[in-house]
Write a protein that binds this ligand. Structure first.
Ligand code: PEP
Ligand code: MG
Length: 837
């Protein structure tokens, strides 16, 4: 849409995920006190002008610039939070006050690593400071790249009305299948609401002959939409088409934690009578003992009615605002800790708190003379009932989220203290715990949680697992009849609550508990020593990193080296290519962070799903099968030469190993070896770094023997190897659960790679995600892999796993696994042969 003198489309000044202001971890910006706008968590190191305009202010400390756009909107561009405290260190301003700038012009550059380490957050703001005249509407709430449309600025007209009220714009509709596991429950519904609210149009969801506004989480949940159900979406307004596109994407994209996190297999309660033992479903494992403590919900006294309507409305508004602020705080805290599950849960709670269905019902009850606490409680109870009657277990569990909000708002209304009176070390018994109650209890140091009701997929279950707090649900009514204060044993792994343990049993539990804690501590202390199997085979446990900061973390966690530095991530989202010196500096920083340990640096792997702004590649019909990885040498040979020259200048060269991505035949490797030799000669070097091959397409695995004749080492990229072997897009949400590198076809390719490499005495590593899966460790060792490159926090755990394995036994069993028929069968066999701790 062209800019005219009223409207303006601002382009993204940074690349990275987009956040609404409410989600910015800074109370002032989040409250909108500085003005309306949007935020980006940046991945690049330069801030660009979002439109044409004049620079009207440059912060003395170089962390912020204000522009006046040609339509008069004043735009503050603020890099990071509390960055003023850095006093300009790490920032360089590229423009002066009074200068005229054009859209996309670089305004300031900053040292990403340095600033990220020293400031509170890199989240950066684009704020309209003269918001009394203008209004901002996000164009997208997903990730953006510099220059992409981000914010729509319109000048405010008096008494601005919504599109639908004016009946302007078009109505469009579409149909989509719901990808969210378990259907449209609270978290995905909150996401749909957030998406809808980014647009001016009004949007509705239609399913089973009923409709709900996309503004109402409750309304959408009330449609009882199951996973894979087909729904209709309609949008009406001036930006209806964009709104529809965004909503269809949100509805058809499963949440990250839905596709990746596998909830532990819920054990069905076995209610066979056993004296003094209650059986339940394990939602978070562990074995603990402690005094049983009962928690009860708030009971309201009788309501005589006849209250002053305005007064009660005010009370409720005040309490809702109070709870909203509290939840916002919890949310910010979760964000600061990058705890995705907590963020999703509490964002959903915030959305519920503003839900028109709930608020309308409560206000109606107040209008009828009820007191605010009773009105709120009735409204929640009614919606809980609706959810429970939908016949969907997942939605019924969401009633607990509503119950949580009931409790929180009632506590404010009744003035009750928020803290529970629960001693540290207690085992809490309750009908059903709510998410915020669980966090509160965890902070108070309780040992475990038992619920009479509840389900394994509830939010509480997710939180309990995340907190490592042993938790059983579905223990039945008998739980609530237990006398508080008695010492009990919660054996969550076994799904048992032992109500009358003997003194010996209590001692035994205490001992097991201490042993487990010691084991965890021990895993960390041993993380810095080499990992050998029981029969003496040394396995190098290295780390995958994308920067020198991550390399530092890997070193601190005990990594034996860097198994993969993805160089395309070092300079992603830059507009200009890094020169040779910049590259040398970046690679050297990684080598320096790793002490005397080896560092494997992969040459740039662009194309397919990874694109670089400064390296435009021709559009391709099928980019994953196009000019990617090493094929760049064919398209842009000078770029690869430049990278090789930079790598050849790192020191010491014996620690720098070069890895080539997407190799399919020997000639590609030979060509790079020749280039390396020629460049080394030009630089007067007689030393050469080792040159390895990534095995990530089936052709390379099948030719491993020929490749190993030349290459110094082979490193298997199981992510792409899965994609190309199984013919399943590695980014396809609908296929995510099936892109499993433990598929026997993959194992056969891995086995063939190891056999081929062994013929020439070369070692084989794995740098794909399979290396970080402890279930796969014995299989990979059994097939002949000798280096595992894992995510930095997992180094201790994987080393520990290695030390418990017998490589000869792994070899025998892994050979048999090649004959199984599916990845699921392989996983099952692995669980049997090598159970996880
Ligand atoms: C792989 O494909 O397994 C790999 C390690 O490379 P990337 O994930 O960067 O494609
Ligand atoms: Mg790859």
């Amino acid at each position: 849409m062209p800019n005219n003198n009223k409207e303006l489309i601002l382009s993204a000044p940074l690349s990275g995920p987009v956040l609404t202001l409410a989600n910015v971890p800074d109370a002032v910006f989040a409250s909108g006190a500085m003005g309306d706008g949007i935020a980006i968590d940046p991945l690049n190191d330069t801030l660009y002008a979002p439109c044409d305009g004049e620079v009207i202010h440059v912060a003395r400390t170089g962390h912020a610039v204000t522009l006046r756009a040609d339509n008069g909107a004043e735009l503050l561009l603020h890099l990071g939070l509390d960055t003023v405290e850095l006093q300009g260190d790490g920032f360089s301003i590229l423009v002066k006050e009074g200068a005229r700038v054009s859209n996309g012009q670089a305004l300031l550059r900053y040292d990403l690593d340095k600033v990220a380490q020293r400031c509170k957050s890199l989240v950066s703001l684009l704020i309209i400071t003269n918001g009394e005249h203008f209004q901002a509407r996000p164009i997208t709430l997903k990730g953006v790249k510099v220059g992409e449309p981000l914010l729509h600025i319109v000048s405010k007209t008096p008494n601005e009305t919504r599109d639908d009220e004016l009946d302007i714009g078009i109505e469009v509709s579409g149909q989509i299948r719901i990808a969210h596991r378990g259907g449209l429950h609270a978290r995905p519904a909150a996401l749909v609401r957030q998406t809808a609210q980014g647009f001016k149009s009004r949007s509705q969801l239609h399913f089973g002959g009923r409709s709900a506004s996309c503004d109402s989480v409750m309304g959408m949940m009330g449609l009882a939409i199951n996973e894979q159900a087909e729904v209709h979406v309609s949008c009406r307004g001036s930006d209806a088409e964009a709104a529809l596109r965004a909503l269809l994407t949100t509805l058809s994209t499963a949440l990250a934690e839905e596709t990746h996190a596998q909830a532990p297999q819920a054990k069905t309660p076995d209610r066979t009578a056993e004296d003094g033992v209650l059986h339940g479903v394990c939602t978070a494992p562990g074995l603990v003992s402690g005094p049983l403590v009962r928690l009860d919900g708030i009971q309201l006294p009788e309501d005589a009615g006849g209250h002053d309507v305005e007064e009660q409305r005010q009370r409720l508004r005040h309490a809702l605002a109070h709870v909203s602020r509290d939840i916002q705080q919890t949310l910010e805290n979760a964000k600061a800790r990058r705890h995705v599950d907590e963020q999703a849960i509490f964002s959903a709670h915030l959305a519920l708190l503003e839900d028109p269905v709930l608020l309308d019902a409560a206000e109606l009850a107040i209008d009828q003379g009820h007191a605010a606490p009773h009105a709120w409680s009735q409204s929640i109870d009614r919606q809980c009932q609706v959810l429970r009657q939908l016949g969907n277990a997942l939605l019924a569990e969401r009633a607990n989220d509503l119950h949580d909000l009931r409790q929180r708002v009632l506590r404010v209304l009744l003035g009750e203290a928020w803290k529970f009176d629960v001693p540290a070390g207690a085992i809490v018994a309750t009908r059903e715990l709510t998410p915020s109650e669980l966090l509160q209890l965890s902070a108070q140091g309780v040992s475990g949680v038992c619920m009479a009701e509840g389900g394994a997929t509830s939010h509480v279950a997710i939180l309990a697992r995340g907190k490592g707090l042993p938790c059983l649900v579905a223990l039945g009514e008998t739980l609530l009849a237990q006398a508080p204060g008695q010492s009990v044993v919660l054996d969550a792994d076994g799904g048992r609550l032992e109500l009358t343990p003997s003194a010996e049993r209590l001692v035994q539990v205490q001992q097991i508990h201490s042993q487990r804690a010691a084991l965890r501590a021990q895993q960390q202390t041993l993380a810095h020593t080499p990992a050998r199997t029981v029969d003496g085979i040394e396995i190098e446990v290295a780390a995958n990193v994308a920067s020198s900061v991550e390399a530092g973390e890997a070193f601190a966690n005990g990594a034996d080296g860097i198994g993969l530095l993805r160089t395309e991530f070092l300079f992603v989202d830059r507009h200009t290519a890094p020169d040779e010196e910049e590259q040398r500096h970046a690679y050297q920083a990684v080598l320096d962070a790793m002490g005397d340990r080896p560092v494997i640096i992969r040459t740039i792997d662009v194309g397919g799903d990874k694109q670089l702004d400064y390296l435009p590649l021709p559009a391709e019909a099928n980019p994953v099968l196009g000019l990617r990885g090493i094929r760049l040498a064919q398209a842009r040979p000078e770029l690869l030469d430049q990278q090789l020259r930079a790598l050849l200048q790192t020191r010491p060269l014996r620690r720098c190993r070069i890895l080539l991505p997407m190799i399919t035949e020997v000639s590609e490797w030979l060509h790079i070896r020749q280039r390396l030799d020629a460049l080394a000669a030009e630089l007067g070097l007689d030393e050469r770094p080792q040159l390895g091959v990534m095995i990530e397409v089936p052709a390379a695995a099948l030719l491993a023997e020929q490749l190993a004749e030349h290459a110094d080492f082979l490193s298997i990229g199981t992510n792409d190897l899965s994609q190309y072997t199984l013919a399943m897009d590695r980014d396809h949400a609908g296929l995510a659960a099936r892109v499993d590198a433990l598929h026997p076809a993959l194992l056969r390719l891995i086995a063939q790679t190891c056999v081929g490499a062994a013929k020439h005495g070369r070692w084989v590593g794995v740098c794909g995600a399979l290396a970080s899966d402890p279930l796969a460790t014995p299989v990979l060792i059994g097939l002949g892999v000798r280096e595992l490159s894992v995510s930095p926090p997992q180094v201790g755990e994987i080393k520990d796993r290695v030390r418990r394995l017998d490589a000869a036994q792994c070899r025998r069993i892994s050979t048999d696994l090649l004959n199984l028929a599916s990845a699921a069968a392989v996983r099952q066999a692995c669980h049997q042969h090598w159970p996880l701790g």
